[in-house]
Write a protein that binds this ligand. Structure first.
Ligand code: AMP
Ligand code: ZN
Length: 478
């Protein structure tokens, strides 16, 4: 039985999908105005692992994760660079996809973009106005009126009377809202900003409405699971609930999952504190599989501290798993079997190995129990470590091939569910690429073109394409 801690009820509940065998899941994605930071990577990795687990149990998962591609920060950056805001968002969506690939986060079934769903947003806002939940003011701004939605606060467990009492003194003059907590559904354009026509004014949508609209369009009026970081509980997810439930009159999401925050050396990550890391920064020092493994080694609801020591520990842990797997692969190959072939049938394992194999398979039960218990990847990783220990003690050249392959299949199965890659790939770190490019520049300067070409070819063999541009040498992964 799969259990999920549901933020809505503050309880672990048995997971019962709306349609047997199918799961609809929406995960709030990043605002694309910059490279994603390692905090953004946490929900991506965690909910990707949970999706893989559900699929391993036979569920068909429709997984939707948006890119917020219209937002103040994107507009600010586009003004700074003197380009259209779509140039900024397209650039960082591409970069985000590269990071996701490095982190072995599978693409969503659909990655909708806010800017491509504006018609749906206008329709939903109109529905909310028609039903009396929203109102437009003089300047064309449309607000959601929270007083009209009696259950407002049910996700964040906030009592609106208390909240408002605290707010009474700080009402902003000139504000046209009826209530401080009324939130924007549509707002008028400002000079130089992207805008769309609407019945209320030329303008753009508020942030919350996009997720309500995309979840409905791609998954339906009621979805199984809605997820994101805990900072989104209030107001973002509270507002999504208000909009969707007011518009359609049915529950918006049956389960709400929220990951805890990632901190750096026990402090909140922030640019001003100088402790801010993008995923790309980490890729300069580590294979991104290490970052994935680091995130999986903690429970997703706990705060997670990031530090050099903890990353080194994750690197060593991952190495232990990969090294055991490689050794086992070699044993399988030596026995004449192909480690990548279909899993062997237990019946083909000789009787005198059956007890040992059962011992290996028992770690899968532990793994499953952990993942079924609110996606406890930390305990699932422990079960993998126990299996690795078993492998190191109970496999060698003298063992039966089918048995070795069956144990390898088991290890691979569990690692696949968490998205841990077992084969060491030829990983080339960004810092190594930069060093080789520098060496090539030096070689060219000293007219050693043979060495310069050799470096270019060496990089090409590793999938790195060099481009000589006016601003210097640029590289990209082919
Ligand atoms: P944003 O682009 O800020 O909307 O964030 C995209 C996703 O990353 C959301 O689910 C956030 O909750 C999550 N997120 C942002 N910062 C952190 C952090 N430091 N730790 C964990 N999750 C985060
Ligand atoms: Zn959202």
């Amino acid at each position: 039985m799969i259990k999920i801690y549901n933020t809505l009820t503050r309880k672990k509940e048995e997971f019962k999908p709306i349609e047997p065998g199918k799961v609809s899941m929406y995960v709030c994605g990043p605002t694309v105005y910059n490279l994603i930071h390692i905090g953004n990577a946490r929900p991506m990795i965690i909910f990707d692992a949970f999706r893989r687990f559900l699929e391993s149990k036979g569920y068909e998962v429709n997984y939707v994760s948006n890119f917020t591609d219209v937002d103040d920060k994107i507009i600010k950056k586009s003004i700074e660079e003197g380009v259209e805001s779509s140039v900024i968002s397209k650039r960082y969506i591409e970069e985000c996809k590269k990071d996701m690939e490095g982190l072995n986060v599978r693409p969503a079934t659909t990655h909708p973009l806010a800017t491509e769903e504006i018609d749906g947003m206008i329709d939903m806002i109109q529905t909310l106005i028609d039903k009396g939940y929203a109102y437009a003011v003089e300047d064309g701004t449309v607000y959601f009126e929270i007083e009209k939605f009696a259950q407002y606060g049910k996700l964040s467990h906030k009592n609106m009377d208390d909240l408002q009492a605290g707010h009474r003194d700080i009402k902003v003059t000139g504000d046209l809202k009826k209530n401080d907590f009324d939130f924007v559904l549509w707002k008028p354009k400002k000079e130089g900003e992207p805008f769309w026509e609407s019945p209320w004014c030329d303008g753009r949508p508020g942030w919350h409405i996009e997720c309500s609209v995309m979840a409905k369009k791609y998954l339906g009026e009621t979805i199984d699971i809605h997820a994101g970081g805990e900072d989104l509980i209030f107001p973002h997810h509270e507002n999504e609930i208000a909009q969707s439930e007011a518009a359609y009159g049915v529950p918006f999401s049956n389960y709400w999952m929220h990951n805890g925050f990632l901190n750096i050396d026990n402090k909140k990550m922030s640019k001003s504190l100088g402790n801010f890391f993008t995923v790309r920064d980490i890729a300069e020092k580590y294979d991104l599989q290490v970052l994935r493994f680091f995130m999986l080694s903690a429970h997703y609801r706990s705060p997670l501290n990031f530090s050099d020591e903890l990353m080194e520990a994750a690197k060593n842990g991952l190495d232990r798993i990969v090294t055991a797997a490689e050794r086992l692969r070699e044993l399988v190959e030596k026995s004449g079997l192909n480690p990548d072939a279909e899993p062997v049938e237990v019946t083909s394992v000789p009787d005198d190995y059956k007890a040992l194999l059962a011992e290996a398979k028992a770690f899968e039960d532990k793994f499953d129990a952990a993942m079924e218990d609110d996606a406890n990847t930390a305990d699932a990783v422990s079960a993998i470590f126990e299996l690795v220990k078993f492998v190191n003690v109970n496999t060698d050249e003298s063992d039966n091939g089918a048995y070795l392959k069956a144990v390898y299949d088991e290890l691979k199965k569990l690692c696949d569910i968490l998205g841990i890659k077992l084969k060491k790939e030829e990983v080339i770190l960004d810092s190594e690429i930069e060093a080789l490019i520098e060496e090539r520049q030096q070689a060219r300067k000293s007219k050693n073109f043979a060495r310069a070409d050799e470096i270019r070819d060496e990089l090409l063999a590793k999938g790195i394409v060099l481009k000589d541009t006016r601003e210097g040498v640029k590289w990209e992964k082919a």
